[in-house]
Write a protein that binds this ligand. Structure first.
Ligand code: ADP
Ligand code: MG
Length: 864
């Protein structure tokens, strides 16, 4: 979807700085007009029903001040007058209201009915009153006098104040209706800003209001009519039905009739409608009894003067709330949009906004909920409106800004120039027991070029499970060692550390280069000894887990840091390991296939290499899905493999390594398997075993003494036993897609045809889980799976934010918004090049935004 080039439609009166001209202190005060108009309606009938006016007025006045209105006497009087109104007995409210209107009229232009009311107050002659109200003109002059119409000034302090306003809770504001507020609070959107960022999922065009007579059968329409009759009936089961007959407001006759039907309506609905009301209704026109036209469960609203949130415009629909909750929700949103959205400071540098044709933030926040006339509702629903474009751009821009800054910081420092000559390279590669694949050779060339240069390498090596990243890392480590430096290889699990140490040692056989395993702090003599050998340089390569990061681990001369399966580590951990050397080169490796958009978004500060070819002799892994009740059939397949002399994994999920029930699952599973396969040896492997216990079980499995290895997900990454040709995954519905792909990569490493058998409890599985499992069955291609994952769940899982449970992006969708991402990236890089510290005044707002609004969220992006 190409959204990149779209320019927002021009709007009349919306010049270059359209955003700045609209919101003003006056606009904040205009929010007081609807309640006052309501109050004076029908001969001041509404005055008695108006509650807590002072709170509303105080809010509006505060906002006006935030827009730069001086703390004037006139504003204070306005508040005092509202307080007086609240305190008045009903009979005197009319007069209080009139004074209130007069005060307001001194500040902003009033509509006719309020001018009328204000005149009444003036006639009562209040000599002290400073406000000779004579309609619009006077109001405007007064506004200018009070400085209310001042253009948005935008100093840092003012922006801060506005941000605070937007962080207000909805509870602090006074809303007539508690339901929509509760609805937002339930969704964690209890502040003004969070509510404004509750994005609509779709829109409906109700800007064209039609007459009853025009309606066609089968169409979705919004119609304006007059209530002819209201009937209350009962269905056969006793439930109430409300039937409302609508006639054309002007034309008479049978053609102009429409029947509205409400099943089981809430009680207020009965009271609300009476004959003669003008009513707007929106819904689908269907054929009712006797060919009559009807609408079933339409949305309706009595026609009130002013600006409806629900009719006569393009209206939003939000994800979650039901249709009948929407009218009140939209009213609340409308208020937030009118009163608060214009307060949102615009933090994008003006120049970028202009160059990329982006509308201002305040306008975007408003129009994302209530698109202006002429917006295509279908495009808006696909988030291709100018409002969405602006918001998406902003989100991606600030992420790219963080990455660009980080990248620059790294580039600026001098690093090590290793000897990566062709001779050194071939010496390293000669130690491998196989010839490198073309892809391995290519990426090794890229790495060698980086290592030869004095800037620190900062490279991401991507390669699907089993593509042979270890061999590449080994060769890189040998270049470092050959130049007199040490290399550190960090991996997420002890089992993997053991295995890497073993593999590297075997490739090093006879070279005299020593590999140390750094596994856990303070675990006896062996670990102390390993640390000592790393510290004094006897060991040239250290392979380890997080244990490498602790203070007690020091290097004699660390030159290369390799982080394997990097999605398990955060950026801070990478930094901590780097700090143990003097600007070492860094190679991070991942098997998690990252689509280009994601790589750009999250690893923008790394260079990329990709192994896109498998070593020869790989066999495809067939994947089958079994229901819980089909376990027997799955185990029959396992038996066949064992009979051929192969080995099997049986994997149980483990949400947390300490979770007891999961452990119990694996333990009882192992016992069960021993009974099912009485003449096979079954081993058990889980995260709570000691290093020695784990090592022993793995050794026995690798050696073939154990044929079935029951394991929790500790084997998820990197374990390499080529004779294992079948894997059973229990509770497959509980695994993520990338995790399943990693697991499946444990088989298919030898020449034997391999199988992956997924056993799922479908009844408990959600739709998402089913989609995941189907995708697993359908393809072996890690890249395709990553795309599927992105589609099914969004990017959180891929980049390792799963523990946080938060979504990284509020509005951007890396699938859809690739073009915008590219633009945001270009702009962010150019900005950082021109002004690395964002020190120029025109970038001050962007710097604040980075620190105040984005820092927390972006720390979730675990880069490298
Ligand atoms: P991963 O990229 O998942 O870390 P590994 O480095 O563990 O993959 O490699 C998987 C297996 O493939 C290992 O057994 C490794 O020895 C083997 N291998 C790697 N490169 C080659 C190659 N060029 N030719 C043959 N086998 C290879
Ligand atoms: Mg690996």
């Amino acid at each position: 979807m190409q959204r990149g080039g779209e320019k927002p439609p021009a709007r009349p009166g919306d010049g270059e700085s359209g955003e700045e001209a609209l919101p003003s202190a006056a606009r904040a005060l205009e929010a007081l007009l609807p309640p006052l108009r309501f109050a004076v309606k029908d001969g001041f009938a509404g005055a008695e029903r108006l509650l807590a006016l002072a709170a509303t007025v105080r809010g509006a006045v505060e906002r006006a001040r935030a827009f730069g209105a001086p703390d004037s006497e006139a504003l204070r009087r306005l508040v005092a007058e509202a307080e007086a109104f609240d305190a008045s007995p009903k009979a005197e409210r009319r007069r209080a209201l009139a004074r209130m209107a007069a005060r307001l009229g001194a500040l902003i232009p009033l509509p006719a009915e309020l001018r009328e009311a204000a005149r009444a107050a003036r006639l009562e002659a209040e000599p002290s009153s400073p406000s000779p109200v004579r309609g619009n003109r006077t109001g405007e002059r007064a506004m200018a006098r009070e400085g209310l119409a001042r253009k948005e000034p935008h100093t840092s302090a003012e922006r801060k104040e506005r941000r605070l306003m937007l962080r207000r809770t909805l509870a602090e504001l006074s809303f007539p209706h508690p339901a929509p507020r509760a609805l937002l609070e339930e969704r964690g959107r209890g502040t003004v800003e969070a509510a404004l960022e509750f994005w609509p999922k779709a829109y409906q065009d109700r800007s064209r209001v039609r007459a009853v007579g025009e309606l066609e059968m089968g169409e979705e329409a919004t119609v304006l009519g007059r209530v002819l009759a209201v009937r209350r009936q009962r269905m056969r089961n006793g439930r109430p039905i409300l039937k409302v007959t609508l006639a054309d407001a002007v034309a008479e006759g049978a053609k102009g009739r429409l029947e509205l039907t409400f099943f089981n309506p809430p009680s207020w609905r009965f009271k609300g409608l009476v004959g003669g009301d003008s009513l707007l209704a929106s819904g689908k026109v269907t054929e009712g009894y006797g060919g009559r036209r009807q609408m079933s469960q339409p949305e309706v609203e009595k026609v009130a003067p002013g600006d409806s949130a629900n009719f006569g415009r393009i209206v939003p629909f939000y994800p979650g709330p039901s249709d009948y909750q929407h009218p009140a929700l939209r009213k609340l949103m409308k208020r937030l949009c009118d009163e608060f959205a214009p307060l949102a400071p615009d933090e994008l540098p003006e120049e970028i906004r202009a160059r990329r044709g982006l509308i201002g933030r305040g306008r975007a926040l408003r129009e994302v909920h209530f698109p202006p006339p002429g917006t295509d509702p279908v495009r808006a629903s696909a988030r291709a409106s100018p409002a969405f474009r602006r918001l998406v751009f902003e989100e991606l821009f600030f992420l790219q800004l963080v990455l660009a800054r980080r990248r620059r910081g790294v580039r600026a420092e001098p690093g090590i120039a290793f000897d990566a000559s062709p001779a050194a390279l071939s010496r390293a590669v000669a130690r491998l027991p196989f010839a490198l694949t073309g892809a391995q050779r290519r990426v090794l060339g890229e790495i060698a070029r980086d290592m030869a240069r004095p800037e620190p390498m900062n490279r991401l090596l991507q390669g699907d499970v089993g593509s042979g990243k270890t061999a590449v890392a080994f060769a890189a480590a040998m270049l470092a060692v050959g130049s007199g430096f040490q290399a550190a290889v960090m991996v997420p699990t002890e089992i993997l550390a053991e295995q890497h140490a073993r593999t590297l040692s075997s490739w090093l056989g006879g070279s005299g280069v020593e590999v140390a395993r750094v596994l856990a702090v303070g675990r006896g003599k062996e670990q102390r000894e390993a640390r000592a050998r790393v510290a004094d340089g006897r060991a040239r390569i250290a392979v380890g887990t997080h244990a490498l990061l602790v203070e007690e681990v020091a290097f004699e001369k660390l030159g290369l840091v390799v982080v394997d399966e990097q999605h398990r580590f955060g950026v801070l951990q990478r930094a901590r390991l780097m700090a143990k050397g003097r600007r070492p080169d860094v190679l991070v490796m991942t098997a998690t296939p990252i689509p280009r958009t994601l790589a750009l978004a999250f690893y923008g500060d790394l260079d990329h290499s990709k192994i896109d070819e498998m070593p020869p002799g790989r066999t495809p892994v067939l994947t089958h899905l079994f229901g819980d009740s089909q376990r027997r059939a799955a185990y029959d397949e396992v038996r066949r493999e064992l009979d051929r002399g192969h080995q099997a994994y049986v994997v149980y999920p483990l949400v947390e390594e300490s979770e007891k029930t999961d452990l119990a699952d694996a333990t009882s599973g192992a016992a069960e398997l021993s009974r099912t396969f009485p003449n096979r040896a079954v081993g058990l492997l889980h995260g709570r075993m000691t290093t020695e216990e784990k090592r022993e079980v793995m050794d026995r499995f690798r050696g073939g003494q154990v044929q079935i290895l029951v394991a929790t997900t500790v084997i998820e990454v990197g374990v390499d036993v080529p004779n294992a040709s079948v894997m059973v995954v229990e509770h497959a519905e509980r695994f993520g897609l990338s995790q399943l792909h990693q697991l499946r990569g444990r088989v298919g490493r030898g020449s034997a045809k391999s199988r992956c058998l997924l056993i799922a409890h479908f009844r408990r599985a959600g739709d998402e889980a089913k989609e995941r499992l189907k995708a697993m069955e359908a393809t072996e291609d890690g890249f395709e799976l990553a795309r599927a994952d992105l589609r099914i769940r969004g990017p959180g899982e891929l980049v390792g934010t799963r523990q946080s449970g938060q979504r990284l992006f509020e509005v951007a969708d890396l699938y859809r918004d690739e073009a915008i991402l590219e633009e945001a990236r270009e702009e962010a890089q150019a900005l950082i090049e021109a002004d690395p510290d964002l020190a120029r005044p025109e970038h001050e707002a962007a710097r604040e935004a980075l620190e105040e609004r984005w820092a927390d969220r972006l720390s979730l992006a675990r880069v490298g």
